[in-house]
Design a protein around this ligand. Structure first.
Ligand SMILES: NC(=O)c1ccc[n+]([C@@H]2O[C@H](COP(=O)([O-])OP(=O)(O)OC[C@H]3O[C@@H](n4cnc5c(N)ncnc54)[C@H](OP(=O)(O)O)[C@@H]3O)[C@@H](O)[C@H]2O)c1
Length: 313
């Protein structure tokens, strides 16, 4: 039998998540079955369980989880990637998956990517959702070496990759985080500052030149107000979280437009290659057994871990 986590209702993860057994699904044409070894946990998983992203009762019980790393357990007809056929035993990353909180995941070929040996399963499982989001922020803003980029939430899973991609483009980067994470931001190549009262003054103090781009992974009014005060062109303020502030002329991205979709799809191979080569640094904060998914989601919401939470089936 296969084990998977489902949400039986919308609400507190501790109350609505259940671990259930089911017959392992059989892959049809263009699909593979992946036995997961590590599963990425994302804030979106908690928002979906709570119904923050829609409470359609007809979708219950809900599968949870968008990404995992594991090994191919069965292949359907035509299971061929651009570099050759997939075979049972191949190490892969699945993104974007549906119902990744499981020990077996059925994946469409477009969501299956080979995992290089030098990228361990835990880091691989938590790489792509945040990685492609960071690439979308950078691509949508059109960051170049001439930019001074402000990253709100630089110590977060998306923010840390965003800093690294902006630095790779040659930009100067200022990033916000709690003071305990400032050494980490410096190591990533950013000028660290604390968020909170006085944010705008602190940014002006440390910025070597006018801020030309703001990339927001936090969504607070403080982050958006500071960005609007600093960046002349609101089209250069791109957020993945401030969905209530669209009327300010800022750009919101969530992978739903053709531009956002293609920036994300184009980023996948480079993210995997750079992470495998050690050129893109990501962190795993903590692992939890699959059965403790509710605890992982609750802890993710209530603490600020630096790095990803990962479930182990
Ligand atoms: N639109 C999309 O496509 C998309 C995709 C992925 C994620 N998201 C969303 O983006 C957000 C970030 O995701 P993530 O995985 O990077 O989360 P994360 O790893 O939990 O990072 C959160 C970041 O926010 C900072 N932070 C916390 N409270 C703050 C405050 N009051 N003011 C300023 N900064 C604060 C944290 O800093 P410290 O820990 O240093 O305090 C940390 O840098 C989530 O809301 C997620 O749902 C959206």
């Amino acid at each position: 039998m296969a084990r998977k986590i489902i949400a039986t209702a919308y609400g507190d993860p501790a109350e609505v998540l259940e671990l259930v057994d089911e017959e392992p699904p059989r892959p049809g044409p263009g699909h593979v079955l992946v036995e997961t070894k590590a599963i990425g946990v994302n804030p979106a998983d908690a928002k979906i369980v709570r119904g923050t992203m829609g409470g359609d009762e007809s979708k219950l019980p809900l599968p949870i989880g968008f990404e995992a790393a594991g090994v191919v357990a069965a292949v359907g007809d035509g299971a061929v990637l651009p570099d050759g056929p997939l075979a049972v035993g191949d190490e892969v990353i699945v993104y974007r998956a549906s119902g990744a909180y499981a020990d077996r995941v059925l994946a469409d070929l477009t969501a299956v990517h080979r995992r290089p040996e030098s990228l361990d399963v835990e880091h691989a499982a938590g790489l792509l959702l945040v990685g492609v989001t960071a690439a979308d922020l950078i691509g949508t803003a059109g960051v170049t070496a001439d930019d001074v980029v402000l990253v709100h939430g630089g110590s977060g899973a998306v923010g840390a990759i965003t800093i690294q991609l902006a630095r790779s483009a040659g930009a100067t980067v200022i990033a916000t985080a709690s003071p305990r994470n400032h050494d980490h931001l410096r190591a990533l190549g950013a000028i660290p500052i604390a968020y909170g009262d006085g944010l705008l003054d602190r940014i002006r103090e440390v910025s070597p030149a006018p801020v030309t781009v703001a990339l927001d992974t936090v969504g607070t009014d403080e982050a958006i107000d500071a960005s609007l005060a600093l960046v002349d062109n609101p089209g250069k303020i791109v957020s993945i979280a401030a969905f209530g502030r669209a009327s300010d002329g800022i750009v919101l991205v969530n992978g739903s437009t053709p531009e956002s979709k293609s920036l994300r799809a184009e980023a996948v191979d480079g993210l995997i290659a750079d992470a495998a080569a050690g050129e893109l640094v990501t962190e795993v904060a903590k692992t939890f057994p699959l059965a403790d998914a509710a605890t992982a989601l609750t802890e993710l919401e209530t603490s600020h871990p630096r790095g990803k939470f990962v479930l182990i089936p």
